[in-house]
Design a protein around this ligand. Structure first.
Ligand SMILES: [Fe+2]
Length: 353
């Protein structure tokens, strides 16, 4: 299904080739981060404190969820542009919230277009590009409930998606598009079709390719339901169409010589794992309260340097959950809650009563 709601035409044709300040691109470094959420003062401070000197020749990939308001988005992206030679971005769900500034937009699609326009103005890339010998491909996406293929947890009072996920009221969509079915995931995926010529050129000419999205392409890049405080989370995080798109670019088994990488965000679980020949990385700044809990090991490792010296970082970054799944098989048929989740629901039920 292709839905058209007066979307602007994207830049078509061959991918623009960006120069690297380093000329031969030998020293090109690519950093990644997602979920900046600079509506939180501490997170904005983190961006402001990034060196204005150290990253002058580098690329930064921002995998969505920069800020809820347009003004804070502009402030944040301008700060990043001052610090990095090239900044790449795809919108996340929080970026498309209209609840605080609904009067400025007809709906979240209009906000989406305005964010892309703003990126063009301040020099943030949202189209596929070649930097040195590296192809960088932003992929638009949205989640759909049927992405979740694993057995549900039952017997606990787990809030509905509509109650737990603010997107259901903070985003507004035109008729025909809805958070409750696959329409949004199909709509955003179809936008990537407009870049296929540029993507084909990148496939032909680049040794290494990084694709990136805000949402999650495979369910095994999220902990199993019994480990999650909100066990329905897998229903609002990812897209099968996104994974198909990634495989159409990198190949069913990835490219040769470990040269395929996909960067994502959204769940705030840091991740670094190779699945079927593609390396999948999440490096979220996340919420201040999550960093205080030392979830993801704080903030000092961010932005994460994914690519340097003409290759991807050799070692997988230590991340709690991807490390866990590197030694433990996934057993989603087991629906007995993990102790910390069971404690949470036990306390909750005694409060509810
Ligand atoms: Fe998100």
């Amino acid at each position: 299904m292709v839905v058209s709601y007066g979307m602007k035409r994207f830049d078509l044709g061959r991918p623009q080739i960006l120069s690297s300040a380093l000329g031969n691109s030998d020293g090109l470094r690519v950093f990644v981060v997602s979920d900046l959420h600079t509506d939180y003062d501490e997170n904005l401070k983190w961006v402001e404190c990034l060196s204005t000197v150290n990253y002058k020749d580098d690329v930064l990939i921002v995998a969505g969820d920069v800020a809820e308001t347009y003004n804070m988005f502009i402030v944040t992206m301008s700060l990043l542009r001052e610090r990095f030679e090239h900044v790449f971005y795809v919108p996340g769900n929080h970026d498309l919230w209209c609840r605080r500034e609904g009067q400025n937009y007809v709906d979240s699609l209009e906000k989406f277009n305005k964010l892309l326009d703003a990126c063009k103005r301040i020099g943030v890339e949202t189209n596929p590009m070649v930097v040195g010998a590296l192809g960088i491909i932003p992929l638009f996406s949205w989640y759909h409930e049927s992405f979740d293929k694993e057995k549900d947890i039952t017997g606990y009072r787990i809030p509905s998606l509509e109650m737990a996920c603010k997107d259901f009221y903070a985003c507004t969509w035109p008729n025909g598009l809805s958070n409750g079915d696959i329409s949004l995931s199909l709509y955003f995926d179809a936008l990537n079709d407009k870049q296929m010529d540029a993507i084909k050129d990148i496939q032909k000419t680049c040794d290494h390719i990084i694709t990136f999205s805000h949402f999650v392409p495979r369910q095994e890049l999220c902990p199993e339901k019994r480990m999650l405080f909100y066990p329905k989370l897998p229903k609002i995080i990812g897209s099968d169409f996104l994974e198909d798109r990634i495989r159409s670019i990198h190949g069913a088994q990835g490219r040769r010589d470990a040269s395929s990488c996909h960067v994502f965000g959204h769940t705030h679980f840091c991740w670094d794992a190779v699945v079927d020949g593609i390396r999948y990385v999440q490096a979220p700044l996340a919420y201040p309260r999550e960093r205080k809990r030392r979830m993801n090991g704080g903030e000092n490792w961010l932005p994460f340097c994914l690519y340097a010296d003409k290759k991807f970082a050799d070692k997988l970054n230590p991340c709690f959950w991807s490390d866990y799944y590197s030694v433990n098989p996934r057993t989603p048929h087991d629906t007995k809650l993990a102790p910390w989740v069971a404690r949470f629901y036990k306390q909750k039920q005694s409060i509810d009563v």
